[in-house]
Design a protein around this ligand. Structure first.
Ligand code: IPM
Ligand code: MG
Length: 354
């Protein structure tokens, strides 16, 4: 099969980790006889530095003309501490999501037997936890009307959702739940927010259409507590943009390391696959960052964008083997730690050998 991938390494550790994922992708393409075509493009702070725009038109063109996008990370401390910056790297990510119509961010939360000791939670609470967060990604407070008034002394951001936006993300939630353990948790703040009341109204109307699936409603503050207390009670969780941003960071530590979790953003145009951990600027260029989240994002790319589950499984098997062997980076090592590039090489070689 012909596979055309756009690679957007971005900032911080982005270039190092996407490089490791591409080693794996190349090894797989060779092994499974796929014709691989790939091209790099600018995004984030580096794109601001080079061309003054965090999501340049050429990058968008390339994404639109590719079968999938492999994304590293975005963000740079130079901008974080400057609230007056007129252009920010994160705007590139938001522009990409909006222009590609990526309305759903899929974040699976799985535990790895080899790493349960790394979780801040007790083993019996996390062992076997396996759920998916589906975060709405192109609406809500991130994209609503925002600004300043009263000479800059009052600031506002608006949380807006349409019925159609809510329906399409809930539909996806039900489709995921149907393939899994048949439970959907709709997370909102319907006791306070009008936008959440519309979410709940839409969900209550849709639920009878999915009689096999148990629909559960949960306020976001309660959900934040339950994720930690009973992570095994969740199967598929669906929520709005900002609640999803917060809850998925929280959920990611259940498994022991933020460096392990992949994600897929899907919607109207080309899908984007990226680790959830961000640009980790302190580690940039040091060859110490964990490449597994990005390598697993490549597995999701094969499974979701290319519909090639065997290739996805080959990556997952190789990652599991590297953990079994203890061939991992310092954040999860129990014995000697290996470099980012060494882990990338090990996983790619493992795939070549199978
Ligand atoms: C994420 C990130 C982004 C978000 C930032 C970098 C804009 O935290 O993908 O979760 O808030 O969506
Ligand atoms: Mg986030």
């Amino acid at each position: 099969m012909k596979l055309k991938i756009a690679i957007l390494p971005g900032d911080g550790i982005g270039p190092e980790i996407t490089e490791q994922a591409m080693k794996t992708v190349k090894a797989l393409a060779k092994k499974f006889n796929h014709e691989l075509e790939y091209e790099y493009a600018l995004t984030g702070a580096i794109a601001i530095d080079k061309v003054g725009n965090p999501y340049p038109d050429e990058t968008h063109e390339l994404c639109m003309n590719s079968d999938a996008v492999l994304f590293g990370a975005i963000g740079d401390p130079r901008f974080d501490n400057n609230p007056k910056a007129t252009v920010r790297p994160e705007q590139g990510l938001l522009a990409m999501r909006k222009k590609l119509g990526l309305y759903a961010n899929i974040r699976p939360v799985e535990t790895f037997e080899q790493l349960l000791h790394k979780s801040p939670l007790r083993r019996e609470l996390v062992e076997g936890a396996d759920f998916v967060c589906i975060r709405e990604l192109t609406g809500g407070i991130y994209f609503g009307e925002k600004g300043r008034k009263d000479n800059g002394n009052t600031a506002f951001d608006t949380n807006t959702y349409t019925r159609e936006e809510i329906e399409r993300i809930l539909k996806l939630g039900y489709e995921f739940a149907a393939q899994r353990r048949k439970k959907l948790t709709v997370v909102d703040k319907a006791n306070v927010l009008e936008s959440s009341r519309l979410w709940r109204e839409v969900a209550q109307k849709m639920a009878p259409r999915y009689p096999d699936i148990q629909t559960e409603y949960m306020f976001v503050d309660n959900a934040a507590m339950q994720i930690i207390q009973w992570p095994k009670n969740f199967d598929v969780m669906v929520t709005e943009n900002m609640f999803g941003d917060i809850l998925t960071d929280e959920a990611s530590v259940i498994t022991g390391s933020l460096g392990l979790l992949p994600s897929a953003s899907i919607g109207i145009h080309t899908s984007v696959f990226e680790p959830i951990h961000g640009s980790y600027p302190q580690a940039a260029g040091k060859d110490i960052a964990n490449p597994i989240a990005t390598i697993l994002s490549a597995a999701m790319m094969f499974e979701t964008a290319f519909n090639l589950p065997d290739e996805g499984k080959a990556i997952r098997d190789a990652v599991a083997a590297s953990m079994d062997e203890g061939f991992v980076t310092e954040d999860i090592a129990q014995g000697p730690a290996y470099k980012t590039s060494q882990v990338g090489d090990w996983i790619a070689h493992y795939i070549e050998k199978i």
